[in-house]
Ligand binder design. Structure first.
Ligand SMILES: *Cc1c(COP(=O)(O)O)cnc(C)c1O
Length: 360
């Protein structure tokens, strides 16, 4: 018996899509890339093919780069759009503000994030305009970029109309548009729009497309739709320690996701699971849905006793959203059977805490 055999399996989880393992398609291509040797630092056939696949999928000749994680993708791409005295307008709950430990400012040598507002995690054109026009003197960091998360941190989606309205404001104020696509695949799956429609056709200059949450072990793609913005970007990645020497092991799984269509299948499955969970939770009177569910996360308010009961049964989920706010996140690996068990435990906890639970 090895030490690995003794590790107990992870408890059931709805914490995050990055708790899940590697999907079969990504793993298959990773293993295929492991046959023999290949040139290092991205000069291999896998990297070339994966990059070309992205160009086909987005219907444009974009510049493609691969880095290890989302924080690096966001931070380095924002740094490529900004001088240190510039600023980036983002939503107050944006991952770049709340969950990247200041990496965007660090990578850009100080480009400041300016926080905007909007319902359900979505920046409004009005909020962007008000920040962009707040000051025009040189004592204020000059707004240069709008950063949008698609799908948002609260599991909602910017519609094409909303993106168009933001694009107009951005053009008016000479702002570039960066998109944090940690769950871009889920947004595509939910809307049925093409990747092009939801990115460069809607004014996005740079997209960080997340592979990790979609089913890879490691790896994000950065797509520059305005190729001029990618000048010297490879140097930036190298200096930041984000140039993988065995690049093929990031690129090959990407190719696996794109070539087999697993990227979309995985996102559709995760969205469907969340929809199924939401449907069941909506029937329980004591459960409040906090945001309209549009992708693979369900945001609800639960009684504290229920939260504690679920935690005591080793269910994993995030509770960082306000008071009583719970996030259940589904992934490519979620199962309906597991969701049924989660809902069963929620019902049981409601019975215990209130004597009964009421159906709507
Ligand atoms: C997960 C996530 C990222 C990437 O996070 P890393 O841990 O750095 O890979 C970026 N943005 C959003 C909105 C995310 O949910």
């Amino acid at each position: 018996m090895t030490s690995i055999d003794r590790l107990s399996p992870l408890p059931e989880q709805f914490a995050s899509d990055n708790y899940s393992g590697i999907c079969p398609e990504a793993l298959d291509y990773m293993l295929r890339a492991n046959e023999g040797a290949a040139p290092a630092y991205g000069n291999d056939i896998w990297t070339e093919q994966a990059s070309n696949r992205f160009r086909e999928m987005f219907e444009t000749d974009c510049e493609v780069f691969f880095v290890f994680n989302g924080t690096a993708a966001n931070s380095l791409s924002l740094a490529a759009l900004c001088q240190s005295y510039h600023s980036v307008i983002c939503h107050e709950v944006a991952h770049i503000e709340t969950d990247e430990c200041g990496a965007p400012e660090f990578a850009s040598n100080g480009s400041k994030l300016l926080l905007g507002k909007g319902e359900n995690g979505k920046l409004t054109p009005e909020s962007i305009a008000s920040i962009a026009t707040r000051r025009d003197d040189l004592h204020y960091p000059k707004p240069k970029v709008v950063s949008l998360t698609q799908a948002t941190e609260l599991g909602t989606i910017y519609s094409i109309d909303e993106l168009q309205a933001i694009k107009e404001v951005a053009q008016q104020h000479k702002l570039r548009i960066h998109m944090d696509g940690a769950r871009f695949a889920n947004a595509i799956a939910a809307t049925g729009h093409s990747p092009a429609e939801l990115s460069w056709k809607a004014g996005v200059d740079v997209l960080c497309f997340c592979g990790t949450k979609n089913g890879m072990a490691i790896g994000e793609a950065i797509l520059f739709f305005d190729k001029a913005l990618a000048e010297d970007f490879a140097y930036r990645c190298k200096q930041a320690g984000q140039l993988a020497s065995k690049m093929r092991f990031i690129a090959a799984p990407w190719l696996g996701l794109l070539e087999t269509g697993a990227w979309l299948k995985n996102a559709q499955h995760a969205n469907r699971c969340a929809e199924y969970l939401e449907k069941q939770l909506l029937q329980l009177e004591e459960v409040e849905i906090l945001c309209p569910r549009q992708v693979n996360g369900v945001f609800v308010e639960l009684p504290q006793a229920v939260i504690e009961s679920l935690q005591s049964k080793n269910w994993l989920f995030y509770t960082f959203i306000g008071s009583g706010g719970v996030r259940f996140m589904c992934s490519w690996a979620s199962t309906f059977e597991r969701i049924d068990r989660l809902v069963g435990d929620i019902k049981e906890a409601l019975v215990t805490s209130r004597g009964t639970y009421a159906l709507r």
